[in-house]
Every structure is written in structure tokens, then in C-alpha cells.
Design a protein around this ligand. Structure first.
Ligand code: NAD
Length: 320
């Protein structure tokens, strides 16, 4: 894609609200890419740790947002879903004209909150598909987003200029951009992220019920299958409960598969249907190919629809 605007307008300063794993990694990566950036965290300890690492961080939300307003920064909301409303209240008060993005794992609920604040014309959501089961500034990494997918909200009425700013931030952090519409994003993320979290918790509980001998024998399949059960319960609840409708659909499908498998194991001593289907599905994941989206100019006719379609078909943006 060519860039008709000045470099400065697509790479504004970045103001990160919440310097945990994701916000902290984002600030590190944006600054390494040459972007001006600063951040806010509610706790003194985190803001001090970020400053010790050489970053501009403060617990003074009003000052941080005032500076964003003065410098026309792109604001990045990097707090859990339950804290989004209060964060939007503060933005409305202290930085009412700034463009806004976020990294929250659900997109429709954030868009709803943003719309309730009358801020949707300035908002383009984001979701970096990267993370670890650890939390906080200290576990962040400048390389967390390298080659990761970063979903950028490409709903039909999105502002093309802000869209470009958000996509450029993702690219500057080392990610590749997948354009997607928020409801569709939530529907697929329920399947590949939120349901896996619930299944990991289920496996962990079921294994643990076998007592010390079971845990003592546990090896690769238990370790890998339960890895995300090590994530912060607060964050997992925020993700899953914030995507309730889509997660219920995915959960019902999974339960139907397990119920049918139980019946078949009981009646025919066979788990073949699930195992064969699962093996084939995993093979499709391993063999999937991706291609680079080029030639769709943000702001051109039907651009959002064409980008959504390209994202749906495995396309990724590597440069603007
Ligand atoms: P984290 O626990 O490492 O950081 C959370 C941050 O939010 C901290 O800075 C914390 O101080 C702040 N915060 C929490 N509650 C707050 C409140 N009530 N008011 C103000 N600040 C508050 O978590 P994280 O993994 O960095 O997650 C941040 C966001 O990124 C979440 O919305 C999460 O859904 C999303 N996300 C997480 C992952 C992941 O794998 N961890 C991946 C992609 C997106």
C-alpha cells in the first residue's frame, strides 16, 4: 500500500494506558521503532519500574492524558475489559480529541463502551494475538509482537486515517495486521482463544482430581494442554465473560462433540470420529498459508469491506 499522507500523521506519539504485559511490551516496542511514547499505570511500583527501565511513565492519569491531548497522541487502552469504561471516562474528560485504540481481547464489548461514550468515530480497535500466561510490566518484552498477528478493527464506518495510524503502530511493533470486523473477530477468537482457556481449566481440574500420583505422572500433553490455565484468573474471566455470546456458541459445539464422543466410547468403545476429525483439523492449522494484502487503499471505495474479505481469506498486511 502506498501512503498518501505525511509520515508524521501516521506515526503520532503513543500514549499507553496500562503498563502490564501487553501495554508494557507495546510501549517498549513502539519506542524501539523510533516512536515517541509514554504511559500511565495506576500503581506506583509499575510506573517506577518502567521509569527505571528508561521509559516515560506516571501514575498521574490527568497529566498523561493532558499531554496526549496537547500532542495529538494515539491513545492505547491496555487495561482489562472491566476497567475500560472508567478509562474512557478519563479520556473523555482530559483527551477528548485524541484518536483511540486498544488491545483488549474482545472487540464488540469495547466498541459498545466506546459508542456509549460517543467516541466511536475516533476509535479503531486492535487485538495483538500474542501474550504469555504471566502478567505485569516486568514480564513484558520488546519482542512480544514480533511476527504476531495484530487484528485491526475494520468495521464498515471506520475512519481510514485512524485505521492507518493503528495499523502502522502494529507494524512498528513487529506484528502483521489482519483486518477484521469486531463481531466476526469475537466469534472466531471465542473458538481459538477463549474456549481453549476454558478447556485448559477443565483439563487442569480433571487432572488435579487424580491426586499426587496423576500430577506426578503428568507430562507433555497435560503440560501443553493446561498451559493457559496458568494465566491470571482475573484476565481470563474478563476475556471470557466479555465475549459471552460468542463463547456460548463455541462451548456448545465443544460440548456436543464431547457428549457424542462419550456416547460412542460407551456404546462402541470408539473415539474414532473425534480423533480423526481433530487430527485432520490440526493438520489444516499446520498447513495453512498466508498471503500479503496489497493494493487496498484505506479510504478508497469499499476499502473496509475488501480488507475484511482479504483478512477472512488468510491475507495479512506487512506494510502500508
Ligand atoms: P496485565 O495484568 O499484565 O496488565 C493489566 C494492566 O491493566 C496493568 O497495567 C494494570 O495496572 C491495569 N489495570 C487493571 N485493572 C485496572 C483498573 N481497574 N484501572 C486501571 N488500570 C487497571 O494484563 P495484560 O495481559 O497486559 O492485559 C491487558 C489487556 O490486554 C487486557 O485487556 C487483555 O485482554 C489484553 N490482552 C492480553 C493478552 C495476554 O495474553 N495476556 C493478549 C492480548 C490482549
Amino acid at each position: 500500500m502506498s501512503n498518501p499522507r505525511s509520515v508524521a500523521s501516521t506515526t503520532p506519539p503513543v500514549c499507553v494506558l496500562g503498563l502490564g504485559l501487553i501495554g508494557g511490551s507495546l510501549l517498549r516496542a513502539a519506542v524501539r521503532a523510533g516512536r515517541k511514547g509514554w504511559g500511565y499505570n495506576r500503581s506506583d511500583a509499575t510506573a517506577a519500574a518502567a521509569r527505571e527501565d528508561g521509559f516515560d511513565a506516571s501514575t498521574d492519569l490527568r497529566a498523561v492524558l493532558g499531554r496526549a491531548e496537547a500532542e495529538s497522541a494515539l491513545i492505547v487502552i491496555a487495561v482489562p475489559m472491566p476497567a475500560v469504561d472508567a478509562t474512557l471516562d478519563a479520556i473523555a474528560e482530559y483527551a477528548p480529541s485524541c484518536p483511540i485504540t486498544d488491545v483488549v481481547s474482545v472487540k464488540a464489548a469495547v466498541l459498545e463502551a466506546v459508542s456509549a461514550h460517543g467516541m466511536s468515530p475516533k476509535y479503531v480497535g486492535g487485538h495483538p494475538m500474542a501474550g504469555t500466561s504471566a502478567s505485569g510490566w516486568t514480564v513484558g518484552s520488546v519482542n512480544l509482537f514480533r511476527e504476531a498477528v495484530w487484528v485491526v478493527d475494520t468495521r464498515h464506518d471506520v475512519d481510514p486515517h485512524i485505521w492507518r495510524q493503528v495499523a502502522q503502530l502494529a507494524l512498528d511493533c513487529g506484528a502483521v495486521v489482519v483486518p477484521a470486523e469486531p463481531v466476526e473477530h469475537d466469534s472466531v477468537v471465542a473458538r481459538i482463544s477463549h474456549l481453549p482457556h476454558l478447556l485448559a481449566e477443565t483439563l487442569a481440574v480433571t487432572g488435579d482430581a487424580g491426586g499426587p500420583l496423576a500430577l506426578g505422572l503428568a507430562a507433555g500433553s497435560f503440560r501443553d494442554g493446561t498451559r493457559v490455565a496458568g494465566s491470571s484468573p482475573t484476565l481470563v474471566r474478563a476475556m471470557c465473560e466479555g465475549n459471552r455470546d460468542a463463547l456460548l456458541v463455541a462451548l456448545d459445539e465443544a460440548l456436543a462433540l464431547l457428549t457424542a464422543t462419550r456416547a460412542s466410547l460407551d456404546a462402541e468403545a470408539s473415539v474414532a470420529d473425534l480423533v480423526d476429525a481433530g487430527h485432520a483439523a490440526r493438520g489444516r492449522y499446520d498447513e495453512q498459508t498466508h498471503w500479503e494484502i496489497v493494493g487496498i487503499e484505506p479510504g478508497s471505495d469499499d476499502w473496509a469491506k475488501r480488507l475484511q474479505d482479504a483478512g477472512r481469506r488468510g491475507g495479512r498486511i506487512r506494510r502500508l
